[in-house]
Design a protein around this ligand. Structure first.
Ligand SMILES: Cc1ncc(COP(=O)(O)O)c(C=O)c1O
Length: 375
């Protein structure tokens, strides 16, 4: 009996092959599990891949964002403008430093920060703008940089979902300002847990390397610490996996592009908003495939219905300012960012990864069509 109709289709899946295993095993056998030669090799390869001058690998994307707040000199009393339609880390990193996250609304369709809303959210306490390339679609970098330049603000880019994306033809991570990538297993490439901060500044890189390593200075011995730092290091086993992943990144990204193109075809006839297409300025790196249901359709019921058929979907993404702890801390409520809130009520991620089989995609499209018809 065929199990094709009942097999569970996961929301995401990493692409791990024998080469990855070999590289990790090599480090394991070397005994050099942290602060060995593999970390710098991974960093050099990643810097080359995204066209960055410098790269510091860290233990997670969140750790990278936190260190960028340190680079920006953000502290108590400061405000950091960010996107409400993102993963919580885009805002939490400001909170870690005692600063206040300020949410500017996003653009419809791209779900990225609206530069006009950022300008409107400025106060004399604004210190930095944390912009996000949500779902791998590049944000309006030039306009956001212009706002930052006009007002003397630091620009940090949360590119955690956007490895390999291009803005105006140029790879994200190569624009000079600090940008953060993340490598949790649902990302385009994975190191298990892990992340990286890239920057065009040697000075920023030096600070990052010290901060992630307990504040040690290049010149200090193991138990001497020049500043307050963290243990945000990436171990060598994770870095080895990262090298294997980078070696096949082109294939990973091409696979994801192909799967996305197939979904476009399969879902074209349904009453859904599909992900915004690339244009001359924006080339997406496919992270997730997110669709928006029409207003009035119970998105969560749809997700439950697909879940009951073994098709994993998720409400993606809730607005950060409406998370329970944010409401409690700042009194945020509905109406603060209407575009983001509307998106949060209607968007859902459907199964998506580099090697998702066509028959699984057909099953997802069929189930989604039936669920919409019944909604
Ligand atoms: C936009 C965004 N920012 C930050 C992060 C945090 O990355 P990590 O889970 O590696 O800490 C993620 C990943 O989940 C993300 O999607």
């Amino acid at each position: 009996m065929s199990t094709a109709g009942t097999r569970r289709i996961p929301l995401s899946a990493p692409w791990i092959d024998e080469r990855d295993e070999e590289l990790v095993l090599e480090v394991l056998r070397s005994g050099h599990l942290s602060l060995g030669p593999t970390g710098p090799r991974f960093e050099a390869l990643l810097a080359e891949t995204v066209g960055a001058a410098h790269c510091a690998a860290v233990s997670s994307g969140t750790a990278g964002l936190h260190l960028c707040m340190r680079l920006a000199g953000v502290g108590p009393g400061d405000e950091v403008i960010t996107s409400p339609y993102s993963f919580v880390a885009s805002a939490n990193c400001a909170l870690y430093e005692g600063a206040t996250p300020v949410f500017a609304d996003v653009q419809p369709h791209t779900y990225n920060l609206d530069p006009a809303a950022v300008e409107a959210a400025l106060t004399d306490r604004t210190r930095a703008v944390m912009t996000v390339d949500i779902f791998g679609y590049p944000c309006e970098l030039d306009e956001l940089r212009a706002v930052c330049d006009r007002h003397g603000l630091v620009l940090v880019e949360d590119a955690c979902e956007a490895l390999g994306a291009r803005y105006k033809g140029q790879l994200l991570g190569s624009h000079g300002h600090p940008a953060v990538f993340a490598f949790y297993p649902n990302k385009q490439m994975t190191t298990g847990e892990g992340g990286a901060v890239v920057t065009g500044s040697a000075e920023e890189h030096e600070l990052l390397v010290s901060l992630r390593n307990q504040g040690r200075l290049e010149t200090s011995s193991w138990l001497q610490h020049g500043r307050l730092g963290f243990n945000y290091r990436l171990d060598d086993l994770s870095a080895a996996l990262g090298i294997g992943q980078l070696e096949k990144l082109d294939r990973i990204l091409a696979g994801r592009r192909e799967v996305a193109a197939r979904y476009h075809e399969l879902l074209a006839g349904l009453d859904l908003e599909l992900p915004v297409a690339d244009d001359a300025d924006h080339e997406r790196s496919w992270f997730v495939y997110v669709v928006a249901v029409p207003r009035g359709v119970d998105r969560d019921a749809l997700i439950r219905r697909l879940g009951a058929q073994g098709i994993a979907c998720a409400p993606y993404l809730p607005s950060i300012h409406l998370q329970p702890y944010m409401r409690e801390l700042f009194g945020f409520a509905e109406g603060l960012c209407p575009v983001a809130e509307d998106a949060s009520a209607r968007t859902m991620a459907i199964p998506f990864h580099s090697r998702l089989p066509r028959e699984d995609q057909e099953r997802v499209a069929e189930a989604l069509g039936a669920a919409l018809a019944a909604a």
